[in-house]
Design a protein around this ligand. Structure first.
Ligand code: SF4
Ligand SMILES: [Zn+2]
Length: 388
């Protein structure tokens, strides 16, 4: 419940106050956060992945902010299903909006070779170098400045900040607007209250986490010409609660907008129906039972169930990855694998070849839909700094 509150507190149109009796708080302490910039001062960068939910997010961003304010960014892993590119072309047509493609000229296997590291459920150099790093770099470049959303005063690098620890241990660091601290008594009062709480209870307290809200996002990233930005992600609060929270931590100091976590709530079935009604077919992987349209149904973060599902639905693609895994072992001189399994308390490597043979021999591997890719949400940008 605390996690849920922490997440939704940053979405436009979200619940502004926690329920009565919120742990560790008295209601008088709960103030609403800084009203964000006006819609006309906001750009939207939609992190589009080629699937249904990111299409819906792009659509809602254009509806709310207009074509001028929206850019749709797509990071191409060159490992995508061919039908994804057809869907992207359809999306460009129906939204009447160009998709900007980020391609590093490499596919996921070329990244593993370059980095001399095979991706697995915990570490994903593929999405790091093909998606997160280039997208984040572009964002930093396009929005290099900081300014107050209230008075528009520029916040200079090295200016005053304050921080508390979020419930997952990540740091919530907020820049402070000097001008508002002089001129806006409510802001100044909130800041004083937070400082007092931190000195009494430390940075890792529920009350400090709540008290930082009124000053949160007062200073935001902006472009050279003063436009603030929303990083738009197509996750919804029902299915993606945990991923939503991680995304918010990861994209700091940029502010996210999750349009699908706001009404009208809808699921993939509704999006499919709407698309079909205008003559557009959904990406074919959904019909084949995959929850995401990433990397052609393959993913180093997927479990055995999804891999076997890939084997059953797109056997040639599975065999290609199986061959590439063995090729990588030869290249690196070690029997590393994407998958591992624990047997009798002992963890062991599991090649795609062995998995295929066992599946062909009749062993059952449960496919838990929706547990795969979290490409755009590692714990924090610092995680991406760690080399292997
Ligand atoms: S979908 Fe999986 S394999 Fe593809 S880039 Fe993302 S983490 Fe890597
Ligand atoms: Zn200000």
């Amino acid at each position: 419940m605390i996690i849920l509150f922490s997440i939704i507190s940053h979405s436009p149109g979200s619940i502004k106050n926690p329920p009565q009796g919120w742990p560790g708080t008295v209601l008088s302490e709960v103030e609403s956060e800084t009203p964000g910039p006006r819609d006309c001062d906001i750009d939207c960068i939609v992190m589009y992945g080629g699937g249904l939910t990111s299409y819906e997010a792009a659509k809602r961003a254009i509806e709310r902010y207009g074509h001028e304010a929206v850019e749709i960014w797509f990071a191409d892993t060159r490992t995508e299903d061919e039908d994804l590119y057809r869907f992207n072309r359809d999306v460009e047509k129906i939204l009447n909006h160009k998709i900007i493609v980020f391609s590093q000229g490499l596919d996921i296997w070329e990244i593993f070779h370059r980095e001399r590291f095979l991706g697995n459920s915990r570490i994903d150099p593929c999405s790091k170098f093909l998606k997160r790093v280039p997208l984040r770099k572009a964002l930093e470049k396009q929005y290099p400045n900081r300014a107050c959303v209230h008075c528009k005063e520029t916040w200079e690098r090295g200016g005053r900040t304050i921080h508390v620890l979020d419930i997952d241990g990540t740091e919530i660091k907020e820049a402070i607007c000097k001008k508002c601290n002089y001129e806006d008594s409510q802001y100044a009062r909130s800041l004083k209250h937070l400082e007092k709480l931190i000195s009494e209870e430390g940075e890792n307290s529920n009350r400090a986490r709540i008290a930082i809200r009124p000053i949160q996002n007062r200073v935001e990233r902006c472009s050279e010409d003063g436009k603030f930005v929303r990083v738009v992600l197509g996750m919804d609060i029902i299915q993606d609660c945990d991923r939503l929270h991680r995304a918010k931590s990861y994209w700091r100091p940029f502010v996210n907008w999750f349009p699908l976590a706001e009404p009208p709530f809808g699921n993939k079935t509704r999006i499919i129906e709407e698309l079909r009604s205008i003559g557009i077919k959904e990406p074919r992987l959904y019909g084949a039972g995959f929850a995401h349209n990433n990397c052609g149904g393959f993913c180093v973060k997927a479990g055995r169930g999804q891999m076997v599902h890939l084997l059953k639905t797109l056997p040639e693609r599975y065999l290609e990855h199986e061959r590439k895994e063995l090729e990588f072992q030869e290249f690196i001189g070690s029997e590393v694998t994407i998958l591992t399994e624990t047997r009798n308390g002992e963890k062991r490597n599991l090649t795609l070849r062995e998995l295929r043979k066992r599946a062909e021999a009749g062993e059952d591997f449960r496919f838990e839909e929706g547990t795969a890719c979290a490409c755009l949400n590692p714990l924090s940008p610092e995680v991406d700094e760690i080399a292997w």
